[in-house]
Ligand binder design. Sequence first.
Ligand code: TXA
Ligand code: MG
Length: 303
Amino acid sequence: MPSDPEEIERAAAAIRAGKLVVMPTETVYGLAANALDPEAVAKIFEAKGRPSDNPLIVHVCSTEMARTVASELPDEAFALMKAYWPGPLTLVLRKRPEVPAITTAALDTVAVRMPNHPTALALIEASGMPLAAPSANRFGGVSPTAAEHLDCSLVAKAAAVLDAGPCDIGIESTVLDLSGEQPRLLRPGAIGKDELERILGRTVSAGAEAVKRSPGMYPKHYAPTTPVFVVDALGERPGLTFGPAISSSQIKMPQTPAEYARQLYAAFHHLDKLGLSAIYVEMPPEGAEWDAARDRLERATAR
Ligand code: TXA
Ligand code: MG
């Protein structure tokens, strides 16, 4: 279901007019606006109910466009872009003054990513400008990985919704901060710490200390409205299991990290609509390949 060129052109015209557009990416759906227009970006914060101290990711369709928002692309950034762009890797870099303070929550850095989705790339290209886009959900909620997950109140504030079907990756991009001495993993995602270290040829720091630098990484986040609890084994309770599902309120989750990530938010959106008093989740196994999934589950269960 890739969007047709006329639909993209209409959405691009809306972006140029300072309006909001819901766009698909390979990770999750985003709520996009012209990253360089402070009034347009203010509409994103308003529509999401997002605190103003939580900076946005700026989406570009080329390395050249990345240069228009980042004041310098260090060799390490370049190497990672070459290896993983377009793709689910966001790089935090020193920003250019052209990027308004509201987009970066007044930080002197900007988060940049080139999404690996034909519709997103076509929209950025047709708009002719970088697009600020957080996940297209109300603040703190579960990111939409298909158009049917979108909140009506949020859709009402967008001039267009580009529906391209379910997202391939299903959880938000890996965020790596390259603006300091040491590369820091601010948010785990489909591209793992070990893969980043292999390209960089040095250690990437991670964990609570590293994440202190990312104002938007609240402990509670990505959570369904229904309270979520971790359990060793689901038994007869509703939720996510690795064993067979024995009722319609249980979902059997895949055993591989990529497939698990792809289905996780859809599972949450589904269970959240059932009016349950709680959702129970069996934690995935230890091991670096499950880091991103465990991170999202920990945030969904944080109180
Ligand atoms: O996959 C994704 O990244 C999706 C799609 C739509 O591209 N976007 C997304 O955006 O997840 P959002 O706003 O939900 O998450 C952005 C994350 C936040 O944790 C924020 O704190 C961090 O990126 N971030 C943005 N700018 C930053 C900066 N200058 N320094 C540190 N962290 C930053
Ligand atoms: Mg989000």
